[in-house]
Design a protein around this ligand. Structure first.
Ligand code: 6LC
Length: 432
């Protein structure tokens, strides 16, 4: 596991931060007992292998990511994410639930997020168009609307098509409101609201269509996709339809001068004072994680975007989500500053009644959606010019402990006329 600062690896990070107070956590965290919440297998002789439930004594929190502990007389490094403060035991539901379901479903029980999603016209109208354009194919069919929220997709099915039944499955408390909406609109003989986690679902029959709006930041965050794939394997007929049918993640190198100026250059001379020593901590504080609500302007793209991953949701396996990596090469088409990379996703819906497919694209060349764009800022901007090449790789790695979270590792090489100019690498947690 690497730290979140650029070009560092754990061994460099350990050497450079040994006894470095700037990186140790407050003393009050040390000399306390911690419980291991997830097995860990050491990857070198400075680390300890531990099992879930082991108790350790924290000796030195050398960084946010790695802690030096004593376990039954043996000392070594373990990932801090695998430890929980045994003396300050939170509710079991919080600590022992790597899916954080109580917090997760709690966030969907109020109207805030549902209002945001329903207010997203490109998102919601895409689903309406999919139902509209396939209405005759849906006649007499069984449909599963997974994570239905307020039931909007199920309402579209009842309003624009004549399916046999729609199973509107929703685990959060909002399902109580969804029930009332379905009754009030007189469609309860067609739309069956089931307040249940999809994983525990019991339906009277397999379904012809599994439709869901499961996409999170960078497509995968929340990993609701795992629930969708499990429901596919359990409830979708062999020749059934997945909507969305495919999903893509796109990336482009970009300038983000205003972001960099507002968050870092600001410290050069606020009110004509030199606060520039705050620029490094500002960079770490504001750019260690991606900005999930960034709006990339098309003119800030430094090259054509590329498609990193193209997922087929009829065949994708949950295990493939653990780690996905892809190489990329961008040909810079504009002189400028490379401040970072921006990512977004698109999803495609197979059309059952004519050639082609419908698409919801959340990128900078399509109508803005509530997902906006995800900006990965480098620690330092890099000068690039037309015809430079930015090649490298990206790794999406699912968090082995917190199962709704992931990290994105970006590695890049900037070359000019075949001569290597700049090399870099940075790990971005989303969000743990
Ligand atoms: N599109 C975004 N960002 N969020 C996805 C939308 C999430 C909605 O789906 C529900 N949901 C998520 N996972 C499950 C599950 N396994 N079983 C039943 N309901 C579920 C949540 O409570 C939200 O209402």
């Amino acid at each position: 596991m690497e730290s979140s600062s650029e070009c560092s690896s754990i061994s460099d990070f350990q050497d450079s931060t040994e006894g470095d107070d700037a990186n140790t956590l407050p003393e009050n965290l040390c000399m306390r007992e911690y419980v291991v919440i997830c097995d860990y297998v050491a990857t070198d002789n400075t680390q300890l292998s531990l099992c879930s439930g082991d108790k350790v004594l924290l000796l030195n929190a050398v960084s946010q990511d790695w802690w030096w502990v004593n376990h039954n007389g043996t000392c070594g490094y373990v990932p801090a994410s695998h430890l929980h403060d045994a003396l300050n035991e939170q509710e079991d539901t919080e600590v022992n639930d790597p899916w954080q379901d109580e917090e997760y479903y709690g966030s969907y029980k109020t109207l805030k997020l549902h209002l945001e999603m329903l207010s997203d016209v490109p998102r919601t109208m895409t689903y309406q168009n999919v139902i509209l354009k396939n209405s005759s194919s849906l006649c007499g069919k069984h449909i599963l609307d997974l994570g239905c929220g307020t039931g909007i997709i199920s309402f579209f099915c009842a309003k624009f098509a004549q399916p046999e039944a729609v199973y509107a499955v929703e685990a959060s408390k909002i399902a109580e409101q969804t029930c009332r909406l379905v009754e009030q609109n007189g469609i309860s003989s067609l739309v069956h609201v089931i307040r249940q986690q999809a994983e525990e679902l019991d339906l009277p029959t397999k379904v012809d269509v599994l439709v869901s709006e499961w996409m999170g930041t960078c497509l995968l965050f929340e990993f609701m996709l795992e629930s969708v794939l499990q429901a596919r394997d359990r409830w979708l007929k062999e020749d059934g339809v997945m909507w969305p049918s495919t999903a893509c993640i796109h990336l482009v190198p970009c300038s983000a001068y205003k972001e960099y100026s507002n968050k870092v250059l600001f410290w050069d001379n606020p009110y004509q004072l030199d606060f520039s020593l705050l620029k490094p901590p500002a960079t770490k504080e504001f750019f260690a994680k991606p900005q999930p609500d960034y709006i990339l302007q098309p003119e800030d793209c430094l090259s054509e975007p590329c498609t990193l991953f193209h997922l087929n949701l009829k065949t994708l396996q949950v295990a493939e989500l653990e780690r996905m990596n892809c190489d990329f090469t961008f040909l810079v088409h504009t002189n400028g500053l490379l401040h970072g990379f921006t990512a977004w996703f698109s999803v495609q819906f197979e059309n059952l009644e004519e050639q082609g497919h419908l698409e919801l694209n959340t990128g900078p060349f399509s109508p803005l959606t509530h997902w906006k764009h995800t900006l990965f800022m480098l620690d330092e901007p890099l000068q690039v010019q037309k015809r430079d090449k930015i090649s490298g790789s990206v790794v999406f790695e699912r968090n082995s402990v917190w199962r709704r979270h992931m990290s994105v590792t970006l590695s890049w090489v900037i070359s000019r006329e075949l001569k290597m100019q700049k090399v870099g690498c940075k790990v971005f947690p989303i969000w743990r």
